[in-house]
Design a protein around this ligand. Sequence first.
Ligand code: TXA
Ligand code: MG
Length: 438
Amino acid sequence: MHYQNTIFVTPKLLAQQSDALASLTKLAQQCNVALAYPNDARDEARLLCKAHPFLSSCLQATEQVLFEIVADKTGTFLLDEGIKLSFYCPLELATSSVITLFFHTLSDAIAYIQAFPRPGEQLPKLIDAYAALLAQGKLVAFPTETVYGLGADALNEEAVRSIFTAKQRPFFDPLIVHIAGLDQLEGLVVDLDPRAKLLMDRFWPGPLTLILKKHPSVPAIVTANSQTVAIRMPSNPLALNLIKASGKAIAAPSANRFGYTSPTTALHVKEQLGERIDAILDGGACTVGIESTVLSLCTEVPTILRPGKIGLKELEPLLGEVEVSKQVGPTDTNLESPGLLESHYAPTTPLYLVDDVTLYKDQSDVGVLLFEKQRVPFKGPVVYVSEKEDAEEAASRLYWAIRHLDSLNLRCMVGSLLPEEGIGVAINNRLRKASAKH
Ligand code: TXA
Ligand code: MG
């Protein structure tokens, strides 16, 4: 951090983060913190500058102009509501030279700025260094738009074996192979189904995993001896560039100990696997927040094996009939998709699904996951997964919220299911599997 660094904050961020102003005041001792406000907010901006002496200056600018300023000057950041952090970072496989990362707390965003005061220079170098580790058969955790993955060279059997060891994952659970370009499909799959091409065209890069016919060169350990292989092209620009730079297809399960909640921040990965792996690429919090949809094209009718952000509504117009795999029992290891094990994604503190969380308001040792604004006060700790009943926001904060409550040594935690529609179907699937059985 240096006085040459400028962090632009917006009135909306300040309004959203009123309790975290202390950390901005501290940051302002090391660099410039300036207010960037939209054209219609001049009066509000004046008041804010008066109220917050840490704001060194004021700039009236549209979002587009701000992005241009950020793109033009290394060491300049835009911190907006959400909590979104944008900065210049030229990466080959990114849609823009300004990268936007997402954080759950303002202090996480500030810690990121402090770790990467020159991200445009630091991140491309780090990506190249970590790509070299992958090429040498090492384990590197990296952010995707869904959850953090634990990556290894998919065609290096020993490297893939070390994923299973680090995660304590049983060998019957196959891995998803991640690619950065369609040219990598060669040598991974055979007889590519024309429907697969349609889906790739429409949803890749993005949170859709396709089960396809496997090429003989994919090691059996990746696919748990199956003749099919799971392939996905993530959309996170850091992930895409890491994979591309490694020159390999990357096998990557979620970067958590087997059976536990998936990680959606670099810290989550560090807590569970830090000692067991070679590097963690920090890309802030994952935006989707729950694992990709797994769709099999090797069944007679295309079948969703694991629900995700891309659901029936998106898939049926392209494919016609799509089936949804039914839930299967917890001890059955001969499954269509072993991630379908009934108990999965589970925190250590028991999670109970209840109809009405307010019944627990007087219990100080019960943590509460809230999906909508509650007017009653709770004696125990409460985490808003979404304040506005927004299912996409709930997905992006779900695992972070569960992990937070899990760290508090509570008797249990409670939450309710969301409406069974859109990404709510996938959230409910994870909540049911994460919940303790009565
Ligand atoms: O969003 C995601 O998919 C994340 C990120 C890191 O990309 N990865 C992830 O991987 O969730 P993992 O290993 O936690 O879950 C992979 C799922 C499992 O349910 C596994 O059984 C299924 O994909 N799977 C993998 N290969 C398969 C295959 N050949 N046939 C059927 N299911 C398969
Ligand atoms: Mg997993």
